[in-house]
Design a protein around this ligand. Structure first.
Ligand SMILES: Nc1ncnc2c1ncn2[C@@H]1O[C@H](COP(=O)(O)OP(=O)(O)OP(=O)(O)O)[C@@H](O)[C@H]1O
Ligand SMILES: [Mg+2]
Length: 209
């Protein structure tokens, strides 16, 4: 479900005029937040895929959520969207950072074990953030002072053992434009019917003569 801040439900979205019909050339209304319920790990990976497919390099994603909230699952999807084999993605808890090469490089960082700013410096966090790679940071809230002003924030919360709530917000103009596109594509993906049949009927083996 996509929504705008609940304290402003009746206000027009930025870039739109209330009651006016948008022409095909109008800018799409900008989205300020995306909220959704992710009913399985694969659904979380799917959202990650939607995000990853829109990334071009240099974006920073702050991933926030408790242990087991699904941050790494989301990164697996982001990797797939960047054409990195998702099975190569594992939690960087012990090495702190992994780098993957896809359409753009993906740096996957986990700040859970970092205790001090000096330790954050020692892994070269500022260099990663200044570079041209996509940077996805688990436990980003531990070092907020390290985060760039322009960033996408993804907050995952346990709802039940298999379900998570996700809230995506954007800080800064680049991430805001990205969030609008993510929201649009996520809406399309959610509406797409899940096909239970193979796209083509399986070929029968020719009978042995
Ligand atoms: N809807 C869901 N989305 C994501 N993971 C889910 C979901 N439902 C169940 N899970 C399970 O929750 C766990 C999430 O693990 P994951 O490593 O992605 O979490 P994490 O937030 O990265 O944890 P950590 O803080 O330890 O790094 C997995 O075992 C996954 O199968
Ligand atoms: Mg993790």
């Amino acid at each position: 479900m996509l929504s705008r801040p609940s304290n402003r439900p009746s206000q027009p979205a930025s870039g739109t005029v209330q009651g006016a019909r948008l022409s095909k050339t109008s800018r799409p209304p900008s989205v300020e937040r995306l909220e959704s319920v992710l009913s399985s790990r694969s659904q979380t990976e799917r959202l990650g895929h939607v995000i990853g497919a829109l990334l071009t390099g240099g974006e920073v994603l702050a991933l926030i959520g408790a242990l087991g909230a699904g941050k790494t699952a989301l990164v697996r999807g982001i990797a797939a969207g960047l054409d990195v084999p998702p099975e190569s993605v594992s939690s960087p808890t012990f090495v702190l950072a992994h780098e993957y090469n896809g359409r753009a490089s993906l740096i996957h960082i986990d700040l859970y074990r970092l205790r001090t700013v000096a330790e954050a410096e020692s892994i070269g966090l500022d260099e990663y953030l200044a570079g041209s790679a996509v940077v996805a940071i688990e436990w980003a809230e531990r070092f907020p002072e390290w985060l760039p002003e322009d960033r996408l924030e993804v907050q995952l919360t346990h709802r039940s053992p298999a379900t998570r709530d996700v809230l995506v917000t954007a800080q800064g103009p680049r991430s805001s434009a990205l969030l609008t596109r993510i929201a649009r594509n996520w809406r399309i993906v959610q509406r797409a019917p899940v096909s239970l049949k193979p796209a083509r009927p399986a070929r029968r083996k020719a009978p042995a003569r």
